[in-house]
Design a protein around this ligand. Structure first.
Ligand code: CU
Length: 303
């Protein structure tokens, strides 16, 4: 089986196996009977159609057997699901925020992080909060998925059974950059967790411009260390003279506030020489003037 790292994984996997198993038995059984009937009851062998009328035995069987199978599926599904909704007393609580397009986590001491870190073998309750639209908080290795619904307090809880780092994904299409909504949960032995908690950086202290760059996945294409990815690096960009292509003609521009704001709103207007046109979509409807100002302010710090 795939990576599994929480106490719930077994129950979810078991009910999945049972449902897939029953489905397979039917798939193979129905296909075999169908093939057999095609031969056994074709017109040459069986010129007069065979009809069965009024068989109480058959009617009881095809009512009772499917009912029983559906009850079996429900039973295992329910047994896997029930413990997910009753949080043990004394569970550690963390708040998870979903917003277009990132997750962030708030620890009881007010610390904000962009990935989740939890201790091994301890129940953790995650309160799920959406800041804008519907998101779905999904940890495949824990076999857990729960919606983040704006205006509604939702939660999940789990107990991690294996140390390691596991993906957290958004499983509800939430807009343009939904697929960039990734995070992770790291399970640490308790002593290491305590150490982490004492020294974890607090994102509340982060530059709002950097938060916006992360949130809008800008750093996927623009590095902060001077390396060339899909777009030009942000390091040393502000105040630099760039050679750009505007309407097919090369010209020199100064990377100032105006130029950067225009590049965010109309990325294909001035394309820096050596880079491809059409690689970036316009953020004119995503970022407002204030947010763009925060980003420019942050770029100024990347000397
Ligand atoms: Cu989302």
């Amino acid at each position: 089986m795939r990576n599994s790292a929480s106490t719930f994984a077994q129950g979810v996997d078991l009910s999945l196996y049972i449902i897939v198993g029953i489905s397979l038995v039917f798939l193979i059984g129905i296909t075999a009977v169908m093939i057999y009937f095609v031969f056994r009851y074709n017109k040459k062998r069986n010129p007069v159609a065979t009809n069965i009328e009024g068989s109480n035995l058959l009617e009881v069987l095809w009512t009772a057997i499917p009912t029983l199978l559906v009850v079996v599926m429900f039973y295992y599904g329910w047994m896997g699901f029930k413990p997910m909704r009753s949080v043990p007393d004394g569970a550690m609580e963390v708040k998870a925020y979903g917003q277009m397009w990132k997750f962030s986590f708030e620890y009881p001491d007010g610390r904000i992080t962009d990935s989740l870190v939890v201790p091994l073998g301890k129940p953790v309750k995650v309160n799920l909060v959406s800041r804008d639209v519907l998101h779905s908080f999904y940890i495949p290795a824990f076999r857990m998925k729960e919606d983040m619904v704006p205006g509604k307090n939702n939660f999940m809880w789990f107990e991690a059974t294996k140390t390691g780092r596991y993906d957290i994904l958004c499983a509800e299409y939430c807009g343009q950059l939904h697929s960039y909504m990734l995070s992770s949960v790291t399970v640490l032995p308790e002593s290491e967790y305590a150490q982490w908690l004492a020294s974890a950086p607090n994102l509340a202290d982060e530059h709002p411009g950097l938060t916006l760059l992360k949130q809008n996945a800008c750093l996927t294409c623009h590095s902060q260390d001077g390396s060339k990815i899909i777009g030009p690096s942000f390091r040393g960009l502000y105040g630099k003279t760039e050679i750009v292509e505007t309407d097919g003609k090369e010209r020199e521009v100064l990377a100032d506030d105006e130029y950067i704001a225009r590049s965010i709103r109309e990325p294909n207007a001035d394309v820096v020489k050596g880079y491809m046109k059409g690689m970036m979509v316009s953020y004119a409807n995503v970022l407002n003037d204030e947010q763009i100002a925060h980003i420019i302010d942050y770029l100024k710090t990347l000397k």
